[in-house]
Write a protein that binds this ligand. Structure first.
Ligand SMILES: [Fe+2]
Ligand SMILES: [Fe+2]
Length: 175
């Protein structure tokens, strides 16, 4: 709460990156009809979130600017195996975990933010991020056997928790 301006700027970067991740997967798997259809919707929603967060930045007089990322995303990305089909499975599950974690963090912001309007805004985004978590997970279930998905999700979730156990010193959504 003491670094809300930085958190808002970081959040803007998160939403743009989330749109980029969805688009990248569409480029990588252009013939996966269901994936393309679902990720088209996600990319559009993330860009809408990006626009809304940027309106908050403008309202608070915070200029768009580069901001260093916490190690969270890069550490998770490094867990994605390089060969197919594992690469697709891991990409979907890593995105799924990031969306779920964003849901959690936006929820914390919604609970603790003193500015009622901003708290409502965080609350409104929370539901979308939870839905995105579900979409990525269901996509994994579409292309892979359920037990393969569950086992890998558990492995990655443990890694994700370990990464977050080392607190990043800068205020970020995924510190
Ligand atoms: Fe979003
Ligand atoms: Fe999302």
């Amino acid at each position: 709460m003491a670094n809300l301006d930085t958190i808002l700027l970081d959040h803007s970067h998160c939403e743009r990156k989330a749109a980029g991740v969805a688009l990248n997967l569409m480029f990588r798997y252009p013939s996966y009809t269901r994936l393309v259809r679902q990720l088209t919707a996600i990319a559009r929603e993330e860009l809408e979130h990006f626009e809304l967060v940027n309106q908050w930045l403008e309202k608070r007089g915070i200029p768009l600017a580069p901001l260093s990322s916490p190690p969270y995303g890069a550490l998770l990305k490094a867990e994605i195996r390089r060969d197919e089909p594992e690469r697709l499975l891991d990409s979907l599950l890593v995105s799924s975990l990031i969306e779920a974690r964003s849901h959690e963090r936006l929820g914390l912001l919604a609970t603790h933010c003193q500015d009622r309007d901003l708290a409502d805004f965080y609350q409104s985004l929370m539901a979308s991020e939870a839905r995105h978590y579900g979409v990525y997970w269901v996509l994994a279930d579409t292309y892979f056997e359920p037990d393969v998905v569950t086992e890998r999700l558990e492995e990655l979730a443990i890694k994700e928790s370990e990464f977050l156990a080392h607190l990043h010193p800068e205020p970020r959504i995924h510190s």
